[in-house]
Design a binder for this molecule. Structure first.
Ligand SMILES: Cc1ncc(COP(=O)(O)O)c(C=O)c1O
Length: 396
């Protein structure tokens, strides 16, 4: 008997590395092992590869190669942008603005700079998870040095109006950063259209390797490094470059640029099909987030009276991999800060699960996933009823 084919629907968490990407990296893990800082031929070959990747990243996001700084991923890029700017801007002001639905790599960094005396304003979002521009306008003060609002949210997929922030703020003095980890490689991202000074991206979210990313820093933006040492990345990010991973990031960018338009349309079609099937099979299901202004591959669903972590487990048993909107700690699920900010009632927020689609999925996979979901709900409801009849109390 053949093994049941698994269906991976967790592409917001990470994506499988593409064959072309892996192939581009292999020489740099074996024979081409040179250090890009060495002046001999082996070093020069590594340097050329790093600079080619810098061009590929710049081409995908509409920046200049000289504005791309390689990092160990999205978390480091976000830390670098926020901590680096707060330190560089001490003379100008001590206030930053962010949204209440950012990834922990932004929120925890904001908490850190707050512990060092920086004031942080957390913008609310509306019921769709969108930041409203008048809230930004209200929050800006003479002391504001940075606004950091994510390009798209990793739980509900809401695409934020980043391109309008500068117009609202007016002042060139306030710098704008966006965490574009969930959008780069998935939807068009252009640093000039977005009018941002800093932008974070991460390779493993779009079929590149884990542990590599980049920070776009608009020319002339003052930033203090996080890491000191050999002065790599023009003195802003010391440490010998992870050449193979950087080459993989570059290759993933080139592929994304070539295929994005078609893939975006295909994923929207598949996601909408999955959504329709789920609503048909599970009429009580509630979709979280905006129906249109959301990433093409993301679907966040709540099912009243169930637990998201139980649903993920039941789907796992059917080899369909999704994620829950809440982190389960010692059998007690914590409500997602994102869904809370959207105003989703705690019972619904605890039942939320996220389906995030990717390039290896077919129409047929959507049928299988929707059937598995309906089955998972039936099983949990039966179990729930049985537990109740036996007098058990379930804690979500
Ligand atoms: C919106 C967002 N920002 C930042 C990160 C962190 O990126 P990395 O895993 O490359 O550190 C993630 C990863 O889940 C993310 O979804």
């Amino acid at each position: 008997m053949g093994e049941t084919k698994s269906i991976y629907l967790d592409h917001c968490a990470t994506t499988p590395i593409r064959d072309e990407v892996l192939e581009s990296m292999m020489p740099f893990l074996r024979d081409r092992f040179g250090n890009p800082s060495s002046s001999h031929a082996e070093g020069m070959r590594a340097r050329e590869a790093v600079e080619k990747a810098r061009q590929q990243v710049a081409a995908l996001i509409g920046g200049l190669p000289a504005e791309i700084y390689f990092t160990s991923g999205g978390t480091e890029a976000n830390n670098f942008a926020i901590q680096g700017l707060v330190q560089a801007g001490r003379e100008q002001g001590d206030h930053i603005i962010t949204s209440s639905i950012e990834h922990p790599s932004v929120l925890k960094t904001c908490e850190h700079v707050a512990s060092q005396g920086c004031r942080v304003t957390y913008l609310p979002v509306n019921g769709y998870g969108l930041v409203e521009l008048d809230e930004i306008e209200k929050a800006v003060t003479k002391e504001t040095i940075l606004i950091t609002v994510m390009h798209a949210n990793n739980e509900v997929g809401a695409i934020e109006p980043v391109q309008s922030i500068r117009k609202v703020v007016g002042s060139e003095k306030v710098l704008i950063h966006t965490d574009a980890v969930q959008t780069v490689g998935k939807i068009p991202v252009d640093v000039k259209e977005l009018d941002v000074d800093l932008l974070s991206l991460s390779a493993h979210k779009f079929y590149g390797p884990k542990g590599v990313g980049a920070l776009y820093i608009r020319e002339g933006t003052p930033l203090v490094p996080l890491l000191y040492g050999g002065g790599q990345e023009r003195g802003l990010r010391s440490g010998t470059e992870n050449v193979a991973a950087i080459v993989g990031l570059g290759a993933a960018c080139e592929l994304a640029l070539r295929e994005m338009d078609d893939e975006k349309k295909r994923l929207t079609r598949l996601r909408d099909k999955l959504q329709d099937l789920i609503l048909e099979k599970v009429p009580s299901a509630v979709i979280n987030g905006h129906p249109q202004q959301r990433l093409p591959h993301v679907l966040n669903v709540s099912v009243p009276d169930l637990s998201g972590t139980d649903l993920v487990e039941e789907m796992d048993k059917q080899v369909v991999f999704i994620s829950s909107g809440s982190a389960c700690k010692s059998h007690r699920a914590e409500t997602s800060h994102v869904l809370s900010a959207l105003g989703v009632a705690p019972e619904l927020a605890k039942s939320a699960v996220r389906f995030s689609l990717g390039r290896n999925l077919s129409e047929e996979d959507m049928d299988t996933a929707a059937d598995a979901f309906a089955r998972a709900i039936d099983r949990l409801k039966t179990l729930f009823e049985l537990e109740q009849s036996l007098g058990f109390r379930r804690c979500f």
